[in-house]
Design a protein around this ligand. Structure first.
Ligand SMILES: Nc1ncnc2c1ncn2[C@@H]1O[C@H](COP(=O)(O)OP(=O)(O)OP(=O)(O)O)[C@@H](O)[C@H]1O
Ligand SMILES: [Mg+2]
Length: 251
């Protein structure tokens, strides 16, 4: 069982999302509610088109729901992500959220160290020395010591994915959202990615939300959700949930 706190860092309730107009309008999320906890790796599985990426986007502040709330803890204050101004939401994302997408989204012109440094310098206002030190340290831990000065075009798929993971982890975010992080990787690199995400959840008390078809993820998850046609169910929860303590978010 993972060491984790019983106070949620995110409480989503009554989420509805539909796409399309008129007769073509289709519900993609139907009354979805879930809590995310620090130190917990939550895995979301489900068939293609069931709404998994849509849910990730709503929770992480990228896509506005038609209805529902996403309460998060912003330095001790409960805020609804979708009640914030665009600027406020952007600031929250920058400070508290790391993303890992399948396409890596690396900057083509920057080498591996610079990909991480830029996050720390621009997003977190760290000085050059500290940003370089933290970027170096993270790349070493990801087994990328020899790849530091390579640009994306000179890296393999697995190496690019590890740089993308480093970029998400280096700022020690409250939340890490990963959409199919292992789908393009072979067994060995997929395993490294899973280990890193789990270590981040448990050691840094980050809350990790992973969308994946990858059956290998299952044993690493603290909780497994299943989404089918926009309906969310809990498939397995290995964490024994005790009633949430008094927190702004849990009220
Ligand atoms: N911006 C959009 N406009 C219209 N329809 C959309 C939009 N985004 C997603 N959809 C539709 O919503 C449904 C859910 O999409 P979503 O990407 O969330 O599925 P998914 O579970 O992540 O699928 P996959 O496993 O293939 O990635 C799909 O039918 C998709 O076509
Ligand atoms: Mg998807």
């Amino acid at each position: 069982m993972s060491p984790y706190s019983a106070t949620p860092v995110l409480r989503a309730s009554g989420l509805h999302v539909s796409f399309g107009d008129g007769a073509a309008r289709r519900a993609v999320l139907r009354d979805v509610s879930l809590d995310l906890f620090p130190g917990q790796l939550a895995l979301l599985m489900g068939p293609s088109g069931s709404g998994k990426s849509t849910l990730l986007a709503v929770l992480s502040g990228l896509l506005a729901p038609d209805a529902g709330r996403v309460l998060v803890d912003d330095d001790g204050t409960a805020v609804d992500v979708w009640g914030l101004s665009d600027g406020g939401r952007e600031k929250f994302r920058l400070r508290h959220t790391g993303f890992i997408f399948q396409g890596y989204n690396l900057f083509p012109a920057l080498n591996a160290v610079q990909q991480l440094e830029i996050i720390l310098k621009w997003g977190h206002r760290l000085g050059n020395g500290e940003a370089r030190e933290r970027a170096d340290d993270m790349l070493n831990r990801l087994g990328l010591a020899a790849q530091k000065y390579k640009k994306p075009a000179q890296l393999s798929g697995g190496e690019k994915q590890r740089v993308a993971i480093g970029r998400a982890l280096v700022k020690d975010p409250t939340f890490i959202y990963a959409d199919e992080p292992t789908s393009a990787l072979d067994w060995e690199n997929g395993q490294k990615v899973i280990d890193l995400l789990r270590a981040a959840a448990h050691a840094r008390q980050s809350s990790i939300f992973v969308v994946s078809h990858d059956e290998r993820m299952r044993p690493y998850a603290d909780v497994i959700y299943h989404l089918d046609d926009g309906i969310l169910t809990v498939e397995r929860n290995t964490v024994s949930l005790v009633p949430a303590g008094p927190s702004e978010v849990s009220r």
